[in-house]
Design a binder for this molecule. Sequence first.
Ligand code: 7TS
Length: 408
Amino acid sequence: MIDIAQVRRDFKILNEKINGKPLIYFDNAATSQKPQVVVDALLNYYQQINSNVHRGVHSLAEKATNAFEKTRETVRGFINAKFTEEIIFTKGTTEGINLVARSLSKISLEKGDEVIVSAMEHHANIVPWQMVCDEVGAKLKVIPITLKGELDLDSFESLITPKTKIVAVIHVSNVLGTVNDIKGITKTAHKHNALVLVDGAQGIPHLDVDVQDLDCDFYAFSAHKVYGPTGIGVLYGKKELLEKMPPFLGGGEMISEVTFEKTTYNELPYKFEAGTPNIGDVIAFDSAVNYLKQKKEENIVAHENELLEYATKKLKEIEGIKIVGESDNKISVISFIVEGIHSFDLGMMLDAQGIEIRTGHHCAQPLMRALGIEGTARVSFAIYNTKEEVDIFVEELKRIVGKFARKK
Ligand code: 7TS
């Protein structure tokens, strides 16, 4: 038996009241809540070992450096990267993708080359590529989606050409919940000598990610969506590629030797980590990864799929509600539209009852355009959500829909 009550006790924020009602947090795709072990790790760092890393000879600096580097090794194991130096700490998914786009474009993108993204990308995996394509005169191509909200992989096969250098694709859609076939996409891309970057922001919280098995060249994600702190993320990259790539930012940490004539760069991963990193949050992220690993072993993450099925069925029973994204291979994100009610109004009415959901375009405006809609309401579940919360949400939604139906 999965004991969700036990899991909920790890998250103090779940005892909060919103507008006088118990908090129901269904905005986990935006950011997850943090368990006490993560909050404690952050506090302990500042109370016990706060010091800069990689540069001091004193004991405190050594303690901080060891704890910081321990996270790197934990993350390596978590995503099964081959080498620890393939794990680069960034500010988050967005920075990881920008790093790859900026750096790779200098060595492997020329005028007339092509970059392929998909119609379901978050802006974070569109805009950086658009910027570098504009700079070098390369072309951005887009894999379309099907009516069910899946990638049209036949189109992908016909889009890819000898000029395609990079395929940048989302692992799991933050709007549709669709899980993409990264292994298949990578196989096709590699056959054409194109590199693959995966935006793993929504994949990492719900799936077992093995970067060697996926065989992707880069995998970017944010700590804050996997029960860790905001402001840090991970970029995984294959060592032989990272070694060839020029640095993204210049400054301290990333150098080997500096003279006014010439600077040589540090080895991996430090070449890509200029300046003092977000030490406390990296250290606390270690606790988040270990927490999630344990919950995965206890099969608690699978409970999210039950919530997905349960909530989908209940939502479909309400007249006037349309679910957006109906892939058979989907994780616990449900976007929906309510006939006659703007998603912002819906979000505000639910908030009045303590129910926190996301509304709008979800930073995926091209996807909204492809679907012919302005925005959606979105619920997204995490390990601490319950069927009882879904019931309260569905009852409230029915009440709102009924009220609007009477007004018409
Ligand atoms: N990629 C995907 C698939 C995402 O869902 C997000 C954030 C990002 C990239 C950007 O991550 P960041 O940590 O660098 O900001 N997505 C959402 C969302 O769906 N609602 O709020 C943020």
